[in-house]
Ligand binder design. Sequence first.
Ligand code: RP5
Length: 167
Amino acid sequence: MILLNAEKTALAPIVAILMGSTSDAEVMEPARQILKEFDIPCEVKVLSAHRTPEQTINYVKAAKGRGTKIIIAGAGGAAHLPGIAAAVTTLPVIGIPIKLKSLNGLDSLLSIVQMPVGIPVATVAIDGAANAALLAIEMLAIASPELSIKLETYRTKLQEKVLKSSV
Ligand code: RP5
């Protein structure tokens, strides 16, 4: 199942997952999967900084009032979505540079990572949707001992997997 077919949740989205195009959906899917694994209500929206600027700004401006705590935004090419989101909210914004055909994601990475002083975007690796979700969970875990324990368990499992695979 890909991200755009995500079930709608009745709970307020704690994390909003935004992407610039439906063509980003597959790369963004691990973010939704990880948040689901940690039982974090999320909402997935396709909103473009360039094609739907007003709708993007309106959505992000309203996010805090709706109870959203963190915004994850993925975009490729002239990847302005995370930056425009960060410009209109004080919620933390995590940017995911998405690799397109022409420049291997370097264009997206540089567009997202080089924000001016005052408007930060926490930028993860090219196509790094899973880490974006994990970083969001780490932020939420600051105020949640329960989430913190879940993260410790996740790390322990990672360690065990590496150790088991050792030759
Ligand atoms: C960006 O342009 C999107 O985030 C996407 O990665 C890229 C290409 O979009 P499409 O032309 O595939 O819709 O805004």
